[in-house]
Design a protein around this ligand. Structure first.
Ligand code: HEM
Length: 421
């Protein structure tokens, strides 16, 4: 009890006096939703890189076609994972600042290594593209870079896992920072890994990417000029998605159960709560998804719904993960996000939502609509020309206008602050 009081006093002393700019619940919810989107993008990134790698070894026409699409998807997914990683990073810092900060300081060197690994992995995907476009690619070069990228991305996930989990053990920080009483301020340590938890999040890449493949299959079937080979290719996509989804569902359930069985003492309270059962709903969905898709293979919306539902399930899992953190920190550090000091700052909250929904929303809508329509109209043939409709042109003009206004506003506010200070 005394130890808990000391930890509570320590984390209270570390907390940012600025507090939260509006009710902490808003940031908790935003943190959960954006983390779910992050982990969905990470799953597609890992799954598509893995599939592109397997394709190099399989070498059949359909595998090579899928491999080319997947190496392109992987690049886009890295971008999405980064953007959707920054968002929960902001919210975690608002709500759990002392914990996240302490964990990052303990492994400061690794937070920089993380960036390096991510950049090298990302560049490796571009190298794959260059090799594939050269045409003389025999498979080994691209396979080497794809395998390298996959290992680096998994290492990034492992580092994120360590940063996130070290934050849950304030009672251990002193021992990690000053082992045997000797201060180690190097930031070179990595102090806590819970392997089944890490594997659980990594294994999500199988069912989530399988859901993505079901969508891809339906997309191929919706093309304007479908060839005989497209029909065969769509069957190939279906059977690949089924195999991947079935194995992925089993692995996710398995790692989820092992994770719960190996929870550390500080998190033992969780197993007696209702939360693991809520997480089980998501795992069971992933297990059932390939069979549901098999029964509804002719239903257009069902194919796309597989991915939408997968994202909904990641939101469910992210909620359970957040409950584990909040409950554990309440229990072991006497910390409650709901007791954070609130200093209402309406303009900053308004700017966030306007940027996120209006500026980000229109730009993303324009990019997605263009990619979708262009892909369907040109059959994805390199060099084919697509003419956008008037509606898409208008959406593009709005996206550019709002972004320009935002940039002008950004500099105007900055200048006003500087000139008035
Ligand atoms: C290849 C790249 C990446 C992979 C594979 C990856 C994977 C992961 C995984 C597996 C987790 C969950 C860890 C756990 O709860 O045990 C996680 C959490 C997280 N990641 Fe990533 N990540 C990547 C890139 C990024 C980037 C670039 C950012 C931000 C700039 C980011 C920000 C976050 C945040 C904020 C969390 C949650 C932290 C928390 O709630 O405590 N990630 N990531």
């Amino acid at each position: 009890m005394n130890e808990n009081l000391t930890i509570a006093a320590m984390t209270a002393a570390l907390a940012d006096p600025a507090g939260a700019p509006s009710h902490p619940l808003i940031f908790l919810i935003l943190g959960v939703v954006t983390f779910a989107l992050h982990i969905a993008a990470v799953s597609v990134l890992l799954g598509s890189t893995g599939l592109a790698l397997v394709a190099r070894f399989k070498g059949t026409d359909h595998w090579l076609r899928l491999g080319a699409t997947m190496s392109f998807t992987a690049k886009a997914a890295v971008g999405a994972a980064i953007v959707l990683g920054v968002a929960p990073l902001l919210f975690v810092q608002v709500v759990f600042d002392p914990f996240w900060y302490a964990s990052s300081m303990l492994s400061a060197v690794w937070t920089l290594v993380f960036l390096l690994l991510l950049v090298i992995g990302y560049l490796a995907l571009y190298r794959v593209d260059a090799l594939l476009h050269r045409g003389s690619e025999t498979g080994r070069g691209a396979a080497f870079w794809l395998a390298g990228a996959l290992v680096l991305f998994i290492a990034c996930g492992a580092l994120m896992h360590v940063f996130s989990n070290q934050a849950l053990f304030p009672g251990q920080w002193l021992a990690w920072y000053a082992p045997d009483g000797r201060v180690d301020a190097s930031g070179r340590g990595l102090h806590y890994v819970l392997v089944p938890r890490l594997l659980f999040f990594l294994s999500l890449s199988l069912p989530v990417t399988a859901a993505w493949l079901y969508g891809l299959r339906r997309y191929v079937l919706s093309k304007q000029f479908m060839t005989n080979d497209d029909a065969l290719y769509s069957d190939f996509l279906e059977s690949t998605a089924f195999a991947m989804g079935r194995a992925g569902g089993l692995l996710t359930l398995f790692f989820g159960v092992v994770w719960m069985a190996m929870l550390p003492a500080e998190q033992a309270w969780f197993i007696g709560s209702a939360w693991p059962w809520i997480g089980l709903i998501a795992a069971l969905f992933f297990l059932a998804m390939p069979y549901i898709q098999k029964r509804r293979r002719l239903c257009t919306t069902c194919s796309y719904m597989a991915f939408v539902m997968s994202v909904v399930m990641t939101v469910l899992l992210a909620t359970v993960r957040e409950a584990l953190r909040v409950g554990t920190l309440m229990d072991s550090a006497g910390f409650s996000p709901f007791e954070l000091a609130v200093n209402w700052d309406v303009p900053s909250v308004a700017i966030f939502f306007v940027t996120f929904l209006l500026v980000g929303g229109t730009s993303l809508a324009y990019i997605f609509m263009s990619a979708w329509k262009a892909g369907l109209a040109t059959n994805g043939k390199p060099g084919a020309v697509w003419t956008p409709s008037a509606g898409i042109e208008r959406a593009g003009s709005w996206a550019a206008l709002l972004l320009s206004l935002w940039i002008a506003g950004y500099f105007a506010v900055g200048l006003a602050v500087v000139l008035n200070s």
